[in-house]
Write a new protein. Structure first.
Length: 407
C-alpha cells in the first residue's frame, strides 16, 4: 500500500467502526535489520533499514480516558481499555500495544495524554520478523504526540521520547521483550540509507545513530526478503532467556554489558586469543555460545558497513552468511524454514543470506544481483513445497522513510 491507499483504508475502517471521521492518519514502517542481531540489548551495533511496508493508524482523541481500537485483521471487533488506574500488563491481546503507548506516555509524565479511538490497517506482514509490532506502537506514538501537542515528533532528538514509550508498551504492557532496534528504525530511518544504531546507554540520542548509504542500485543489487511463514513468537520466553543469559555473562565478566567486552576484544593485538580468554572465564557451554555470537556479531556490523561503502559486495555477502551461521549454531534462534531458505538462496547465486529479526520464525534476507530476486524466491518456494512447509512470501526491500503523518 502506498500512503494514499493506506490512509484511505484506515480512514474508512475508522468511520465504519466509530461513525465519525478521525483527526488524521499517521504511518510507521516495518523494518529489516541488515546485520547486527541480538546486539541491541547488549549495547551493541545494528544496521536496520525502514521498509516501504507500513502500518497506518487513523486516530481521534477523546475527552475521557477510554481507548477503543480496531484493526483490519478483525474489522468487526473493537477492543476497549481504560487508561485510568491502568498498570503494566493490564491489557490482553494485541490492544496492549497501542494502549501501552498511551499508558507509557502518561507514566513518563505526560498527563495531557488521554483516551482515543483508533483504527489500524497494515501491509507489514504479521509474524514475519519485520517488526509489525514496532510499526503499530510507533505510528500510535506519533499520532498521540500530534493530537495531544507533545511536540516530540518533529525532531530526531524529540522522537527518542516517543521511541521510549513504544519500547515500554512492548516490554511492560504487552510482555514482549524488545531492545529498541525496531522502534529506532521505524522512527529514525531515512530513504536510501541504513541506520547504524549504537546502543551504548551512555550515548545521547544524537550520538547513537549515523546514516549509512545503502544504495542497491549503485551496485546493481536487490535485497530479497522472504517471509518464511514460520510463526514468529518472541513472547514465549526464548528471547527473554537469551537476554538474561547475556546479562548474567556480563556480570561474571565484570562489565556493564557485552559491548564493553566486544570493544576490548576488537582492540586486542590477538583478537582470537582475547575471545578465547573471555569465553574461558564463563561457566557453561551455552553461555559461551551466546557471548561468542554477540561479540562476533558486533564486529560483523562494523565490517559490513566498511565493505558496502567500499563496494566489496562479496565481502558483505560473506558477513551475511557468517551472521546467520552464528545465529544458528551459537544463539540457536533459527528454525528449519529459515535455514533451508538461506541455504537455497546461497546455492542459487546470492552473495549472502541470513535470517533477520529475533528468530524462531520470521524472514530471511538475501543480497542478489538485480533481476534475480524472483528466480531465487521461486527456488525457495519449490524447496518449501518439497519439505511440506507453508509457501513463503517474497518482498523487495528498499531503504525507505520513517514514521510520518500521511493525512
Amino acid at each position: 500500500m502506498g500512503d494514499a491507499e493506506g490512509a484511505a483504508a484506515a480512514r474508512e475502517l475508522f468511520e465504519q467502526a466509530y461513525g465519525e471521521a478521525p483527526a488524521g492518519v499517521w504511518a510507521a514502517p516495518g523494518r529489516v535489520n541488515l546485520i547486527g542481531e541480538h546486539t541491541d540489548y547488549n549495547a551493541g551495533l545494528c544496521l536496520p533499514i525502514a521498509l516501504p511496508h507500513r502500518t497506518y493508524i487513523a486516530l481521534k482523541p477523546r475527552e475521557d480516558t477510554s481507548v477503543r481500537v480496531v484493526s483490519d485483521v478483525s474489522p468487526d471487533k473493537v477492543a476497549q481499555a481504560d487508561l485510568d488506574g491502568l498498570t503494566a500488563g493490564g491489557v490482553d491481546g494485541w490492544a496492549a500495544y497501542p494502549v501501552g503507548v498511551a499508558w507509557a506516555l502518561r507514566e513518563a509524565g505526560f498527563g495531557q495524554v488521554e483516551g482515543f479511538d483508533a483504527a489500524f490497517t497494515s501491509c507489514v506482514p504479521l509474524g514475519s520478523g519485520l517488526s509489525s509490532s514496532a510499526a503499530m506502537t510507533c505510528s500510535t506514538a506519533l499520532a498521540l504526540d500530534d493530537v495531544y501537542g507533545l511536540g516530540f515528533g518533529s525532531s530526531d532528538a524529540g522522537r527518542i521520547t516517543l521511541i521510549n514509550a513504544a519500547i515500554a508498551a512492548e516490554n511492560d504492557m504487552a510482555g514482549a521483550s524488545t531492545g529498541g532496534l525496531d522502534q529506532n528504525a521505524s522512527m529514525r530511518c531515512t530513504p536510501g540509507h541504513a541506520l547504524l544504531l549504537d546502543c551504548r546507554p551512555e550515548l545521547t540520542p544524537l550520538e547513537n545513530v549515523s546514516q549509512q548509504e545503502f544504495d542497491l542500485d549503485k551496485y546493481n543489487l536487490e535485497l530479497l526478503v522472504v517471509d518464511t511463514q514460520a510463526p514468529h513468537q518472541l513472547n514465549d520466553g526464548q528471547y527473554a532467556q537469551r537476554r538474561a543469559t547475556c546479562e548474567e555473562a556480563a556480570k561474571i565478566l565484570g562489565v556493564a554489558n557485552l559491548r564493553v567486552t566486544a570493544d576490548g576484544i576488537s582492540k586486542a593485538d590477538d583478537q582470537f586469543q582475547a575471545l578465547k580468554e573471555t569465553l574461558d572465564a564463563l561457566p557453561d557451554e551455552t553461555m559461551k555460545k551466546r557471548v561468542r555470537h554477540v561479540v562476533t556479531e558486533i564486529e560483523r556490523v562494523r565490517s559490513f558497513v566498511r565493505a558496502f561503502a567500499q563496494g566489496d559486495i562479496k565481502a558483505a555477502g560473506r558477513l551475511f552468511n557468517a551472521s546467520h551461521d552464528s545465529l544458528a549454531a551459537d544463539y540457536e534462534v533459527t528454525v528449519p524454514e529459515l535455514d533451508i531458505a538461506v541455504d537455497v538462496a546461497r546455492k542459487n547465486g546470492a552473495y549472502g543470506a541470513r535470517m533477520t529479526g529475533g528468530g524462531f520464525g520470521g524472514s530471511i534476507i538475501a543480497l542478489v544481483d538485480k533481476g534475480r530476486s524472483r528466480e531465487v524466491a521461486q527456488k525457495i518456494a519449490d524447496a518449501f513445497a518439497v519439505h511440506g512447509f507453508h509457501q513463503p512470501r517474497a518482498l523487495a526491500a528498499v531503504a525507505s522513510s520513517s514514521a510520518h503523518r500521511v493525512d
